[in-house]
Design a protein around this ligand. Structure first.
Ligand SMILES: Cc1cc2nc3c(=O)[nH]c(=O)nc-3n(C[C@H](O)[C@H](O)[C@H](O)COP(=O)(O)OP(=O)(O)OC[C@H]3O[C@@H](n4cnc5c(N)ncnc54)[C@H](O)[C@@H]3O)c2cc1C
Length: 428
């Protein structure tokens, strides 16, 4: 299959490009292609675009992070080198400038995370869609991509059930991962690409919750309660954060930051032991000193509350591990290093993001599939992952931009005389 980018196939001297998937990665690809002068059509399976982006804005849209770029890129782990090459073209500063260009000012929160002043995604998405409309981009909602025809054209099925071959010289696939499938990204594209021999790494939950075999009495009493101001450790990494107790286990920012390593360990060993420091602001010695206070006839909960200010579910957690041996020499080390046995990952449907996806070896540096020339891939459907903190959207936007620029370059090489091509490349 090759790009079919001629006047004959497009019916116009202006090249057409298609974006399939209207999340942040696809919209960014559409923006750069439209700005490069292409006629762009966006197809999305849902009735509206950017649904996960809107959900991301519900708890405060964390667009990117303000930490130095050298540290920023380490958040992409094994993929740091390749993502760093994307960030050279669209950096965290570019993200802020881009939002400002849409009239959305940002601020840096106390954690260093960057948010729009309004916190929500909806004003940003509205302004973005208005801009795309002004650039002549056409949205086709309720159009599901179902593969390619024999000539390599993308096939979409519309709401009436008709299958339409999309006339586009270049296509950017930005179909997302497999978390929150009810918002549109359901990972069903994996089989469609595998049919073309494209290696796709299994989609796995990232930034996800974990299962814990709670004592029934404990969880009945504490379900939905947060554990605040913890230090969580696993595999040599310690993070400050908080957790939420759920009926099936734990959720929350604190564990998301360690979730890739925990998930890998569970897949390998069947379980992983997360260590919680319940009083990170006290040293082990200070905890031991405070527990010298005689317990007398006090309940364990009262004694722990009065001695080391353990409240809410925390005494119960300690009791669950200590069992009947409640002497200070047993309890003090548990307060500083409580082992919590995680027996599984919560389903990908409830994860913040997805690990796995199109193997990066399948792609050229501008994110075109080597086996399907003219087809580019961007966003969460690529095989990279990152913790929460703005790194996910930054990666989705930056890869969308790279794929869009690649598609625009390819388009120009098909349509412009050589001297125009040289001129355009030097200004792009
Ligand atoms: C609860 C939650 C909170 C989050 N908060 C943040 C945050 O604050 N900061 C951050 O950086 N990240 C956050 N994220 C992650 C972020 O939303 C994603 O990383 C981002 O949306 C990925 O963008 P994408 O364009 O690659 O995919 P998506 O946003 O998933 O978009 C994919 C699009 O493709 C469409 N599609 C899928 N299959 C087909 C098909 N076959 N045919 C046609 N269309 C199709 C879908 O309908 C969808 O519109 C959050 C995620 C969740 C779930």
């Amino acid at each position: 299959m090759t790009a079919h980018w001629t006047e004959e196939t497009t019916g116009s001297a202006i090249p057409r490009a298609a974006v399939i998937g209207g999340g942040p990665a696809g919209l960014m690809a559409a923006e750069v292609m439209a700005k490069a002068g292409l006629t762009v059509d966006i197809y999305d399976a849902m009735a509206s675009v950017g649904r996960k982006f809107l959900l991301a804005g519900r708890g405060g849209l964390n667009l990117t992070h303000s930490e130095p770029l050298e540290r920023f890129v380490t958040r992409y782990g094994e993929r740091a080198a390749v993502v760093s090459s994307w960030l050279e073209r669209f950096s965290p500063d570019d993200m802020k400038a881009w939002a400002a260009g849409l009239g959305i000012e940002t601020f840096v929160g106390s954690s260093g995370r960057v948010f729009p002043i309004q916190m929500k995604a909806s004003p940003l998405l509205r302004a973005w869609l208005r801009q795309l409309d002004g650039l002549g981009v056409t949205l086709h909602t309720r159009h599901r991509w179902i593969g390619f025809d024999d000539a390599g054209k993308p096939l979409v099925r519309n709401a009436a059930g008709d299958t339409v071959a999309v006339d586009a010289g270049a296509t950017v696939l930005a179909l997302g991962g497999a978390s929150w499938p009810k918002l549109g990204s359901d990972g069903s594209w994996t089989g469609l690409l595998a049919e073309h021999g494209i290696a796709v790494r299994p989609l796995r939950p990232a930034n996800c919750g974990f299962t814990v075999a709670w004592d029934e009495g404990f969880i009945a009493k504490h379900e939905g309660e947060p554990l605040k101001n913890l230090a969580l450790s696993f595999g040599g990494t310690t993070m400050r954060g908080e957790l939420m107790l759920t009926r099936s286990g734990i959720e929350g920012g604190g564990v998301y930051a360690l979730s890739a390593a925990l998930r890998d360990a569970i897949e390998r060993d069947g379980e992983a032991v997360l260590t919680l420091d319940l009083r990170p602001q006290l040293s082990g010695e200070q905890v031991r000193d405070r527990l010298r206070r005689p317990r007398g006839s006090e309940s364990l909960s009262n004694w722990l509350r009065k001695s080391v200010n353990l409240t809410g579910p925390l005494p119960g957690l300690v009791r669950g591990v200590a069992g009947s041996s409640t002497e200070p020499s047993r309890i003090a080390p548990l307060i500083k290093a409580l082992p919590l046995r995680l027996t599984g990952c919560r389903p990908i449907e409830r994860a913040i993001s997805t690990a796995g996806g199109v193997d990066l070896d399948e792609l050229t540096p501008d994110l075109m599939l080597k086996r399907l020339p003219g087809v580019f891939v961007a966003g969460e459907m690529l095989d990279w992952e990152a913790p929460t903190g703005g790194y996910l959207l930054q990666g989705a936007f930056a890869s969308g931009l790279i794929a869009g620029l690649g598609a625009a370059d390819l388009s120009r090489s098909f349509t412009l005389p050589r001297q125009d091509l040289a001129q355009n490349s030097s200004t792009s």
